[in-house]
Design a binder for this molecule. Sequence first.
Ligand code: GLC
Ligand code: CA
Length: 533
Amino acid sequence: MERENKVWWKNAVGYQIYIRSFSDSNNDGIGDLKGITNRLDYIKSLGVSFIWICPFYDSPMDDNGYDVRNYYKVDKSYGKMTDLEKLIREAHARDIKVVIDLVLNHTSDENEWFVKSEKKVEPFTDFYVWKDGKVVDGKLCPPNNWVSFFSGPAWKYSEKRKQYYLKIFSNKMPDINYENETAFSEMEKVIDYFGELNVDGFRVDAIAHIGKDLTFADAKNIKKTYKSFSNLPNTHEYLKRFNRAFARNNMVTMGELGGDPTKQDLIKYTTQKELDMIFSFEHTNIFTKNHMINRKALFKALKYKEGLSDSNGWSVLFWLNHDYPRLISKIRNVCDPKNAQICLAGLMYMLKGTPIIYNGEEIGMENYQFKKPSDFKDVNAKMIFENTDNIDEAFNNLKETTRDHSRTIMQWDGSKNAGFSEVKPWSYVNENYKKCNVEKAMKNKDSILNHYMQLLNIRNSVGQELIDAKYRLWMKGAVIGYSIDTISQIIEVVANLGEKEKKLKLNGETLYSNMNIADNLKPYQIVIAKRNK
Ligand code: GLC
Ligand code: CA
């Protein structure tokens, strides 16, 4: 236990980079590896100790790189393997660790493993999940009723092989069959390869889904067919095997656990030595339809997350990633969205666990105004339109929820294309970039950026003590807070999430406040104080 708590990642702050939208070093409109290397000093200045880079592998970009064609090659739009090596060296020289995305659930249909599998070339014949179709009323239909996360059937027919392959995401992302030995050994080679390159760890993509219900029976509840490929016992079995490869390379893992896992499921992943850290998503529904904060749901989510970091589990603390709209837009109808975001950040990132900031969050980047269905770039949105009869309804929904919001161009300064590139970027630049950008935020003491830096600075200064601390979370009306009982001190975090002033009673030394301290907590004021024991 003692040794376990000395691991670097329990006292670390991460920064997630959506490479395509982050920084373009060669002016082709696409972010790249060198672009990230160029920005390492900025990243370091935030108080970050590791980065997580979204996939940069060779890919036809059906899902912007989550569809991997070749794991051993950097996509030509992102650079070369030597650029990755340089990025790792430069990051390490600044004491920043490097975590990369590892996609184990599926590959691209252009991956040579799939090309061979489709032609039944051994040993790849059963590398993917192939099944015969069912004939219903004389018509060939998919093997069962499972539905893709991106909408429509979870199966696609291959004319070549005259069989269906499972694809729980896009049509071009066939699922791997881990009942197949070759699938394991090929993926273990991938893990070893990046271990050799000195990569410090993996964010393991869509890992809850690698095990399928091997009876392939119809799901009873058509709305929840994902239960047939989420958090099943075989997922845990496969992960135990992968864990040996992670461990021999001394790599940390953070697993994305979608598909409605129970708390018990989540705890299993870490206590059974399968993954080090878990991403769970209960906090993504704390926002009301009216773009306010549902305080009760927030309190519950914070408590849940904190609880996951006990009993040998460890939770990633995050508000955003590349699959969700921007935080400040989710709470745009509160009286003070900026300070409300700072409150949410403070409450989340002082919990027990490892905070990860998503690029652009730290300057309060906002959602983009999509005007028509053809504006969307994301394959998920495209599939939703393909599978609906009600385009208007789908559009109104996607306007708020599309993953494209999080993938707009990083806003560095007020120059053309927000300082990202000299040419027109592949995605949209939010029209607010002249007001909302890194350069401007750096100069403004009261910017979200400066508040994040202060919060992360406090977090870093007490991080080691938080690992073994006892947390007590409480809620009184609109005020949510917690006390952190560490070995040497008591730290109090208190935030007023209401729109009226509230009495403030805090003793000890104030470490941080986003507004002047008075007798009352102002709306969306957060205070962190400490006293010695
Ligand atoms: C994960 C990623 C998402 C991707 C999907 C399929 O959920 O976060 O962006 O589309 O897996 O790889
Ligand atoms: Ca580029």
